[in-house]
Design a protein around this ligand. Structure first.
Ligand SMILES: [Zn+2]
Ligand SMILES: [Zn+2]
Length: 358
């Protein structure tokens, strides 16, 4: 494809609840290590919908029009003079955040914590719901031949789950409870199983999500009741046959009652990882944390090796990301697709790039 004669139509959030399409100039390589990628497919993330509906996530506020999208796969069309790992025509999944590579977090191997991070569709940076995207070559991961570009677009949320599960350092035979059965929660369950967890219980408030979780990879499910955190935790332990509690609890919901239930569900000396985001200050059960000496960790996006492992989990068939794709829509139907995700009728919707024929 010749990018000069192709469309760089972009899907833009002007401000809260105000979306539009506009042509943006074709981006060009900014250095010898960059590649230009034609975007084939982009998944809609909860964060995209949140910026659209609320105009901000925490202190990240949309102050000028911003292209949405950050879960993309595409085809390389041009490579910089120093790029040896990729060539035009290669199909890649795009890691969408670019750190400075020089600050203390970057140099200590935790580049996801870089204060200079330029992350797609996090204000003020544009996202990937556009025709062409420029990325450093080491943030583009070649897809094996048998992995489709649609699957490539799901590597991003899978990498989020890989990072959460890695934070917990799961060992074979462990029991894991996952709060939330949205895409990231579902992927956490699948990744935990691929790491050797033998019991994996998904917890949610929506029964249809739990039905799906059971078909996807969870060994057990529990639908949260309107009872105390301690009672929900007791029910989870009974459901899973874990009288001592779970070795690991992962939160992919960000919901206060789930977080409280998590601390009541984890066993003595167990591990808790906070992956979901929500209200920033909540009531946290510190007695559970102290008396059980729980190891509690946060997890943010993904870092060293997470994308690579996510691609391998898909390539080896350990995580069937395809199952989560509810539908793929044309670029012109992006706004309707956002509506569907907002209504919660779908698990994952992909938007084809503006140059992609469906
Ligand atoms: Zn996302
Ligand atoms: Zn940095």
């Amino acid at each position: 494809m010749d990018p000069k004669s192709a469309s760089n139509l972009s899907f833009i959030l002007n401000k809260q609840k105000d979306l539009c399409f506009a042509n943006r100039p074709l981006p060009s390589l900014s250095g010898p290590h960059d590649v230009l990628v034609a975007v084939n497919y982009t998944g809609i993330c909860g964060s995209d919908v949140h910026y659209w509906q609320h105009g901000a996530i925490g202190h990240f506020a949309v102050k000028k029009p911003m292209i949405l999208g950050h879960e993309s796969a595409g085809t390389v069309v041009e490579v910089g003079s120093s790029v040896t790992s990729l060539k035009a025509g290669d199909r890649v999944t795009i890691e969408p955040g670019y750190p400075c590579r020089r600050c203390p977090p970057c140099l200590s191997g935790h580049y996801n914590l870089c204060p200079e991070m330029r992350f797609a569709a996090t204000p003020p940076h544009d996202g990937t719901l556009t025709g062409f995207w420029v990325a450093p070559s080491d943030f583009c991961f070649k897809l094996p031949e048998h992995v489709s570009l649609q699957e490539g677009a799901l590597i991003e949320p899978l990498a989020v789950a890989v990072h959460i599960v890695r934070q917990a350092v799961i060992t074979p035979g462990q029991s894991v409870v996952v709060m939330g059965a949205g895409p990231v929660g579902l992927f956490c369950a699948a990744v935990a199983r691929s790491f050797g967890a033998t019991k994996v219980c998904s917890v949610d408030i929506v029964d249809s999500k739990l039905q799906f979780a059971k078909e996807f990879s969870s060994t057990h499910t529990y639908i949260s009741q309107r009872v105390s955190a301690a009672e929900n935790a007791a029910n989870i332990k009974k459901t899973c046959g874990l009288p001592e509690g779970a070795d690991v609890v992962l939160d992919a919901s960000g919901a206060e009652p789930s977080i409280q239930t998590s601390l009541h569900t984890v066993r003595m000396g167990g591990t808790y990882v906070q992956g979901g985001m929500g209200k920033s200050d909540i009531t946290f059960p510190i007695m559970e944390l102290c008396l059980k000496e729980v190891t509690a960790k946060g997890s943010f996006r993904y870092g060293s090796g997470d994308y690579k492992l996510a691609v391998e989990l898909v390539a080896s068939g350990k995580v069937n990301v395809k199952k989560l794709i509810s539908e793929t829509v044309a670029f012109k139907d992006a706004e309707q697709a956002f509506e569907k995700v907002k209504e919660g009728q779908v698990i994952k919707v992909l938007i084809a790039g503006p140059n992609e024929k469906l």
